[in-house]
Every structure is written in structure tokens, then in C-alpha cells.
Design a binder for this molecule. Structure first.
Ligand code: EPU
Length: 434
């Protein structure tokens, strides 16, 4: 029942610190299931997806202890399969990584089909192909996935991915770590969080090589041991604040980032007339000139990330001239454009292509977050629009952005989170600054 109320028109100034990478965290927490001993995970983002995954591990017998807000100790020494996790696994996308980690740990897996943001069909055939190649029998029906490894242990093999898939690359990598012999993943995805997962696994005793290239080799080991690992910063959270400054104007230092991971985003913003200065672990983003139009095509890393497509499209609504945005990863990731139209955006969508005619400004309106990144786009639109924007369904946003309201308020934005009681008879709303 939460919503955000944004009063637009304020430029953003100051410094914002980026949290740990959501898509690394949601792979590394399930991977911790395979570790015999205590895994200390640092720089963990405080978001609902990671909370749910930690709860899933607890329901499977793991000892989960928060050391501080961004550090957690996970001890999976005494874990077991449990059907109690199903309500949670249905609710998040990354629960599919439990297939790989359960097969690795127990030689069998029991979970549900994953949930997550809805932007059309999200097949997992490449995950299944990978598990089968490693010797698993897969039974899928009634929303459940039950898998078991022949002879109780997976066996390394060569897997060629028919499509570059982040999720399948990660899942197969996880499953292969405790398999017998060597696994080679070809046509692998190369996203920064794939390298992060490989570094995590290696620091716990795994033997993973080639992550960050299209061929990953995993030599199976007998067991993983505990250790400490700090997650990389979130590329997409950083890109979202960069886009917010581009849209609203101002000057912000985005800290705790790896600038190299932001190259693809910075390059597009620079083409649009945004000034970007790179430091060792920060980027400064400044925009006071008129925005220029450009074209964007989303692609697997190192291409422009699909998870930044709604945010950059929102910025392009304010650029002079016509911009073309082509979605190269997902079939149906333009649903949010209807919401932007309510704010005065002029966008024509044809299949995977959006043609954006720049307008002189957006106007506030009641809109909804259709999914996580679409929700972030609505926040950006609200920040630069004239008047008030009310954003419903913000639980999508909170799946992936730690304290977005608090971070934006620190930069001078006029945004509040409002919780409305479920009881329609009770009209009092409680506002919080997030
Ligand atoms: N695909 C298949 N078969 C598969 C798997 C994927 O055909 O078995 C296709 C998909 O339909 C899509 C393409 O391959 O067209 C890429 O999908 P991918 O598997 O890379 O996506 P994912 O692993 O399900 C992750 C992120 C998404 C992000 C994509 C692409 C997580 C939990 N999710 O999804 O993040 O959009 O990679 O980079 O890591 C988000 O953070 O907002 C988000 C949706």
C-alpha cells in the first residue's frame, strides 16, 4: 500500500553512495548454500529481494546473522531441503539459482518456478539444458521444479548456451562448482556480477576461470569452505542516479562505484550533453545544458544494459529531437511507456523499438511502477516533471533500490514515501522520509 509522492522541478546536488549490487547479491546468497562453514557477505544491499533469499536459507536450516546493516553471516553447515520455502521462491526471480545450488549441495533440488518482474515470457530453458548436461533429471509441473543428479552428484560437461543468458550462466556455474570433473560454459554472459560470483566462489575454495569472457571453465571441487566476501557496487543503481541528474539537472558525485562498469551508460549520457568526470571509485555527473537526442540499443554486457532502458528513455523524453531506443534483450519491456505518456511524453512503440519525440517538459500525474526499473523511471520522470507525481506499486522499486527516497532527499529532491493503511475507512496516511 506504499506510494511515493514527488514534487518535481528541483535540481539535484551533493553526493550519493551506491549500495552493493542486487544482481550479484541474489546469486551469491543462493550460492552460499553450498558452503560448509560461515560465509560473511559484506556490502549487501538492504532490499526486499535479498531479505527474502536470506529467509529462504533460514527456512532450510541455515544460521543467518546480521552483523550490521550491510554485512551478514550465513552458516549453511546444517541445511536441508524444505517445502516451506515455496511461498517465497514463487515471489522472486533469483530463486532459480537454488536449482543449481541445491543440486550441488544435496544432489537434488525442490523449488518452484521463479517469480519476479513481469516483462513478457521469461523462459528458463537454458538453465534446464545446463542442469541436464550436468546429469540432472528435471521434472517440472504444477509450478514445481524437482531435480536430481544421477548417482547423487552432478558431473562436469560442456554446455553451449543458445542464447546469452545471465541467469543460465550463473546457475550452471553454481551447479558445476561441486560437480565431478570439469564444466565448460560457452557463449556465456559477461556481466560484472558474473565475475563477482566467480570471485566469491573462488574465495570459498572453488576453481572457476574465465568469468567475464564468453568461455567459463569450472573444475569441480570436493567442498567449499567459509570466508569473507564484499560485493561489487550496483552498476544499475549508479546508472539510475546518473540518469536522474541528467533529467533533473544539477551536479552529483556518485560514490562507491566501479567507473569501468558504467562506461556504456556514461558514453550515452555524454552523447546527450551530460558532463561526466571519472575518479577511482566515483563519477561526477553534471547537467545544465539542453539535452541532445541519441539512439540506444540494449545488449548483453558490455553493451548498454536493458536494466537501464526505462531510465534512459525517460531522460530522452526531455532531449531535443527524435531518439530511437531498441530493446535487444527482452520482448516486452516497454509497458511503462503508457505511464510516461500520462506525464506528457511523446513516444511511439513498434515491437522492440520506441521512437521518442523530445518534449519541452513533463507534467506530474498519478502513475504506477510496472516493474523494478520501470518504477525507477517513474521516479526520474517525477523529479523533472512540473507539479506532483504520485507513484503507486512502489514495492517493485524496493525490490532493488536501497532507500531510494532517503538517498534522493539527501540530494535535494522533494520525494516522500507514504503508507496508506489497508482499511479504506481509515483515511489517515503516515508519511516517512524513507
Ligand atoms: N532467455 C532464454 N532462455 C533462458 C534464459 C533466458 O531464452 O533460459 C532469454 C530471455 O528471454 C531474454 C534473454 O535470454 O531474452 C536474457 O535473459 P537472462 O537470462 O540474461 O535474464 P535473467 O537472468 O532472467 C537477469 C537479471 C535481469 C536482467 C537480465 C538481463 C537477475 C535476477 N535478473 O535476468 O534483471 O534484465 O539478467 O541483463 O539477475 C532487473 O534487475 O531489473 C532485472 C530484470
Amino acid at each position: 500500500m506504499d506510494k511515493y509522492i514527488v514534487k518535481g522541478g528541483k535540481k539535484l546536488f551533493g553526493e550519493v553512495e551506491i549500495s552493493g549490487a542486487k544482481n550479484a547479491a541474489v546469486a551469491i546468497i543462493p550460492a552460499a548454500l553450498m558452503v560448509n562453514g560461515v560465509c560473511r557477505i559484506e556490502n549487501l544491499p538492504q532490499i526486499s529481494d535479498t531479505d527474502k533469499l536470506l529467509e529462504i536459507l533460514s527456512l532450510m536450516g541455515a544460521q543467518v546473522r546480521l552483523v550490521n546493516k550491510t554485512t551478514v553471516d550465513v552458516d549453511c553447515t546444517n541445511v536441508y531441503l524444505s517445502d516451506e520455502i515455496f511461498e517465497l521462491t514463487k515471489a522472486i526471480r533469483a530463486s532459480y539459482y537454488l536449482i543449481g545450488s541445491m543440486l550441488g549441495r544435496f544432489g537434488e533440488a525442490r523449488t518452484t518456478m521463479p517469480g519476479g518482474c513481469n516483462f513478457g515470457v521469461r523462459p528458463i530453458d537454458q538453465h534446464i539444458k545446463g542442469m541436464k548436461a550436468l546429469g540432472a533429471t528435471m521434472n517440472i509441473g504444477n509450478g514445481l521444479i524437482c531435480a536430481s543428479a544421477r548417482d547423487g552428484r552432478l558431473k562436469g560437461n560442456r554446455v553451449y548456451l543458445d542464447k546469452v543468458s545471465v541467469g543460465a550462466t550463473i546457475n550452471i556455474m553454481i551447479a558445476a562448482v561441486l560437480a565431478k570433473g570439469q564444466t565448460v560454459i560457452e557463449n556465456a554472459a559477461r556481466e560484472p556480477h558474473i565475475v563477482d560470483l566467480a570471485n566469491f566462489l573462488n574465495s570459498m575454495g572453488a576453481d572457476v576461470r574465465g568469468a567475464g569472457t564468453t568461455t567459463i571453465k569450472v573444475r569441480g571441487v570436493e567442498a567449499l569452505h567459509g570466508g569473507t566476501y564484499a560485493l561489487i557496487p550496483d552498476q544499475i543503481e549508479a546508472g539510475t542516479y546518473m540518469a536522474a541528474v541528467a533529467a533533473a539537472g544539477g551536479e552529483v558525485r556518485v560514490t562507491n562505484v566501479i567507473p569501468k562498469h558504467l562506461d556504456c551508460i556514461s558514453a550515452k549520457l555524454v552523447e546527450m550533453g551530460v558532463e561526466i568526470e571519472e575518479g577511482d571509485d566515483y563519477v561526477t555527473v553534471k547537467r545544465d545544458a539542453v539535452l541532445r537526442h541519441t539512439n540506444v540499443k540494449t545488449l548483453p554486457y558490455p553493451g548498454f544494459p536493458t536494466d537501464m532502458q526505462p531510465q534512459i528513455s525517460t531522460v530522452l523524453c526531455l532531449a531535443e529531437g527524435t531518439s530511437i531506443v531498441t530493446e535487444g534483450v527482452w520482448d516486452n519491456r516497454f509497458k511503462y511507456i503508457n505511464e510516461l505518456r500520462k506525464m506528457g511524453a511523446e513516444i511511439h512503440v513498434d515491437g522492440k523499438v520506441a521512437v521518442i519525440e523530445g518534449v519541452s517538459g513533463l507534467t506530474g500525474a498519478p502513475v504506477a511502477a510496472c516493474d523494478l526499473r520501470a518504477g525507477a523511471a517513474m521516479v526520474i520522470a517525477g523529479l523533472c516533471a512540473e507539479g506532483t507525481t504520485t507513484i503507486e506499486d512502489v514495492e517493485y522499486i524496493e525490490r532493488g533500490y536501497q532507500d531510494i527516497v532517503g538517498k534522493l532527499r539527501k540530494l535535494g529532491a522533494d520525494i516522500v514515501a507514504v503508507t496508506e493503511p489497508n482499511d479504506p475507512a481509515d483515511k489517515t496516511a503516515t508519511a516517512s522520509a524513507g
